[in-house]
Design a protein around this ligand. Structure first.
Ligand SMILES: Cc1cc2nc3c(=O)[nH]c(=O)nc-3n(C[C@H](O)[C@H](O)[C@H](O)COP(=O)(O)OP(=O)(O)OC[C@H]3O[C@@H](n4cnc5c(N)ncnc54)[C@H](O)[C@@H]3O)c2cc1C
Length: 471
């Protein structure tokens, strides 16, 4: 049997973060008719942060959250846990999509991150936060040259970045595939354990702030009730509320505008057993610094250490869009994708030839045509949403939740007049063009990666339309 198959043989098909030892008990589902001021649909980061901030803005607000399965079962409890300050998926995207607003968005992102960390401290939520910054590694000489140009520009702009040439990066983390790296070490970027964050927020909301959460409760339909209320029909009962915040991200929505804004993309991860000292010595990772890494390619991998020194490994060529917005659970455990990930892992770390993978799992990213969150409002301000974080939502969801609340009229600020909020997001094309477009783009991105990042005609065409993915 091949090395990567042997390593995967005993991996459990469950997110590493969903450790039964620490998983809280599931709360009972809705079984009656209820009323509240604010109904939040979705128990991921957006929904949980929305409830938290609504309570900060209006302590006596009566909130219900409904979650179709359990809190943290969506992308939030399945992600890589990379915590980034940017609310618009990086500087390049920010400038391309919202010209003139980059500085303000940067400040808002910094403020968001500060408040994020303060909340963890205030409520003693142990999300296993580590302030590692983010380190981007180049995997070929041409990309290293491009990366060096980026580094010089960043330095000129006064960014706190560190350059590692080939020898220097291999001293930090030793892979024969590394040619250079930039360490973005400013601010509070780092890594967390995402499920611990979900469950920490859930605990505070329910046990300290009086928020009612119904798990195992799916929203079927939501519509206006008279001129000033909303009526949500759910499995198990009905909820009448003044306002509704949709925090359903990649999951198929009954609201057309949300549905057309997001494209569900499956992303897969595997994680190793805790590395022994000997294995850590072989790659040097954690000796000098505990970098949180991503490679400088279009189809990038993201990989990090956990508190107990496992490596989680995701992204790369295993990312998939399935025809007609496929979110069926049959895509959740895609053996071929895990095999591909394991193969790619050994290409990067051939020294770890005796490593075993303990977990393997998938999750759904909501991609938008602007590659960052899409806020929206309907029914005279009675319903709002924040969806479509495009794989960059651990920090940004807190800001998305804030925008959703402000659109619903909870202490609105000038933020909701920014083009970041008011600019319409282009809807995704209908099928079969959607599938074809994604497929073509994915193939073009792979080709660009093989050519040291040089973008071919298709990507250049998308760039002209403002639809080229650059971050
Ligand atoms: C594999 C993977 C890795 C990622 N890695 C990173 C990373 O390292 N860093 C980063 O910044 N971002 C990452 N992301 C993206 C990030 O996880 C998301 O942007 C973020 O978690 C979105 O949070 P959310 O609350 O909006 O959505 P979700 O966490 O998906 O929550 C939506 C919730 O709504 C519920 N729901 C949907 N429909 C209904 C309904 N009808 N009724 C009731 N409930 C409903 C769902 O069950 C779900 O729990 C990753 C995503 C994936 C999938």
């Amino acid at each position: 049997m091949q090395k990567h198959l042997i390593a995967l043989k005993d991996a459990i098909p469950r997110p590493l973060w969903h450790d039964p030892e620490i998983m809280p008990e599931q709360l009972p589902p809705l079984e009656s008719c209820e009323t509240c001021e604010l109904l939040i649909v979705g128990g991921g980061f957006t929904g949980l942060w929305a409830a938290m901030q609504a309570k900060e803005r209006k302590p006596d607000i009566d909130i219900i959250i409904i979650e179709q399965t359990f809190v943290g079962d969506g992308a939030s409890g399945r992600c890589g846990g990379f915590l980034n300050t940017s609310v618009a998926h990086g500087e390049t995207n920010m400038e391309a999509q919202f010209p003139g607003e980059a500085e303000q968005l940067h400040e808002l992102g910094t403020q968001n991150m500060k408040e994020f960390i303060e909340t963890l401290e205030r409520y003693n939520i142990d999300a296993r936060y580590e302030q590692t910054g983010e380190t981007e590694v180049a995997l070929d000489p041409e990309s290293a040259l491009r990366q060096y140009d980026n580094y010089l520009s960043l330095k000129e702009e006064g960014e706190d970045v560190v350059w590692f040439d080939k020898d220097a990066i291999r001293e930090q983390v030793n892979s024969p595939t590394f040619y250079s790296a930039i360490w973005y070490r400013d601010g509070q970027d780092g890594v967390i354990d995402p499920a611990r964050l979900c469950w920490g927020l859930k605990d505070v909301l329910v046990n300290q702030l009086g928020v009612r959460i119904y798990e195992g409760t799916k929203l079927i339909k939501v519509k206006p009730l008279g001129t000033d209320r909303m009526r949500a029909s759910c499995e198990g009962g009905v909820i009448n509320s003044d306002k509704v915040l949709m925090a359903t991200n990649a999951f198929t929505s009954s609201i057309g505008k949300i549905r057309r804004s997001v494209l569900p993309v499956w992303d897969y991860q595997i994680s190793t057993e805790p590395l022994t000292d000997e294995q850590l010595d072989k790659i040097g990772w954690g000796k000098v610094s505990r970098h949180a890494l991503g490679d400088f390619t279009n189809m990038f991998h993201y990989f990090r250490l956990t508190k107990d020194n496992r490596i989680t490994w995701g992204g790369g060529g295993a990312v998939r869009y399935y025809f007609n917005n496929g979110i069926d659970m049959k895509y959740m455990n895609a053996e071929k994708r895990y095999e591909q990930l394991a193969k790619e892992f050994f290409q990067m770390f051939p020294q770890l030839d005796d490593i075993k993978f303990s977990n393997k799992w998938g999750g759904i990213i909501a991609s938008s045509t602007r590659f960052c969150m899409v806020p929206g409002v309907a029914f005279d301000g009675r319903m709002a949403w924040s969806v479509g974080y495009t794989g960059h939502g651990v920090g940004a969801t807190r800001f998305g939740a804030r925008i959703g609340l402000e659109l619903l009229g909870y202490d609105p600020t000038d933020v909701i007049n920014m083009q970041f909020v008011t600019k319409k997001s282009l809807p995704w094309a209908p099928e079969p063009f959607r599938w074809l477009g994604v497929r073509l783009t994915q193939m073009a991105l792979v080709r660009a990666d093989k050519n040291g990042g040089k973008r071919g005609l298709w990507l250049q065409f998308l760039d002209k339309l403002g639809l080229g993915f650059t971050c």
